[in-house]
Design a protein around this ligand. Structure first.
Ligand SMILES: Nc1ncnc2c1ncn2[C@@H]1O[C@H](COP(=O)(O)OP(=O)(O)O)[C@@H](O)[C@H]1O
Ligand SMILES: [Mg+2]
Length: 331
């Protein structure tokens, strides 16, 4: 039976493809029961390596079952067919993922970034408080719903933290995720609490939100680790950023794990305590002379004119090679 028939029997009519990962396809479908569109992640056993099927997929399913939070994607149903396919039916991220969004709209205004980052940080706090580390935090794994609210997804590399017989946390030294978002200790294979390494990735994501740039050049990993460990974070003058925002980035991209913030400290940071002015999203609030634009329709509007459009064009989905850094841009 093909996907259309399998899903049809369950009351879903299959629509367009939303995204493709290494071992899965994500499609949109209409759910007769819920009377709304949903997303279905389809994983085919024949096309996945054994360790993915035996180790990583069960962890993803466990995390999705355990983690319930307004900023974590909701799972409606998970089922497996005898033909070796798993279907994960979840809430639809109507505005796609954060990478696509930033590619279209450019760097976020700080007020808007603060609201989105607050949602993301509280989703991660929920994971960490529930003893899960995500281990693959990146813009492609952060979805936006119809109201541009953050919905964290893709728990394929997540890990439920375990303790030894003395109650001591068992540290992780497995490299997961994308090098561009990975903390120096992960890249060096140093055993650590993976929740602390999630915080580094959170720093990379915040940097991308406010600059539409990657902070480090990952075309040479050894060089990148050198810059990461120097704690040399480029803050391009092309974009004005408040001292508080830069301070938070500095504390998230802290190479010393014992000094890196935990989620509680992140949420209490001065930047997140700053009251927002009335903010509307760049997509829903066109500036004078601009036309508003939905990222899923038509041509993107240009928010920061030529220069940042150049930078934004450097983002490449699922590729770590072609991210250009602000350091290069400043040269
Ligand atoms: N619920 C969803 N709503 C909309 N798009 C989605 C949804 N889930 C995934 N996608 C899209 O599909 C891509 C791949 O999904 P993901 O779960 O990250 O799979 P993988 O584990 O293969 O990376 C995402 O980066 C996103 O663009
Ligand atoms: Mg993914």
């Amino acid at each position: 039976m093909d996907d259309i028939a399998v899903l049809g029997k369950k009351g879903y009519s299959l629509r367009n493809t939303l995204g493709e990962g290494s071992y899965s396809k994500v499609k949109c479908a209409y759910c007769d029961r819920l009377k709304c569109k949903v997303a279905v992640k389809i994983i085919n056993k024949m096309k996945t390596p054994a360790d993915f099927w035996e180790r990583f997929l069960p962890r993803e399913i466990e995390a999705l079952r355990c983690l319930q939070h307004p900023s974590i994607i909701k799972t409606y149903e998970i089922f497996e067919t005898s033909a070796g396919k798993v279907y994960i039916v979840m809430e639809l991220g109507e505005n796609g993922d954060l990478l696509d969004y930033i590619k279209i709209t450019g760097a976020m205004r700080e007020d808007f970034a603060r609201m989105k980052f607050q949602q993301l940080a509280s989703a991660i706090k929920h994971c960490h408080d529930s003893n899960f580390a995500h281990r693959d935090l990146k813009c492609e794994n952060i979805l936006l719903d119809g109201g541009l609210n953050i919905k964290l997804t893709d728990f394929g590399f997540s890990k439920l933290l375990s303790r030894d017989e003395n109650g001591k946390m068992i540290l992780s030294n497995t490299f997961c995720g994308s090098a561009a978002y990975a903390a120096p200790e992960v890249l060096q294979g140093i055993p650590c609490d993976p929740r602390i390494s999630d915080i580094w990735s959170l720093g990379i994501i915040l940097y991308i939100m406010v600059y539409a740039l990657m902070p480090f050049d990952d075309s040479n990993i050894r060089k990148m680790i050198f810059f990461q460990k120097q704690h040399r974070i480029p803050f391009p003058s092309t974009q004005h950023l408040t001292v508080e925002c830069k301070d938070l980035i500095n504390h998230l991209l802290q190479p010393n794990v014992s000094q890196r913030l935990c989620t509680d400290e992140v949420l209490k940071h001065a930047w997140l305590q700053t009251p927002n002015s009335t903010v509307e999203s760049p997509l829903s609030a066109p500036e004078e002379g601009e036309c508003s634009h939905n990222p899923r329709e038509g041509k993107p509007k240009q928010k920061h004119k030529a220069k940042s459009t150049d930078l934004i064009a450097c983002f490449t989905k699922n590729s770590n090679r072609r991210h250009r850094t602000s350091a290069e841009v400043n040269k």
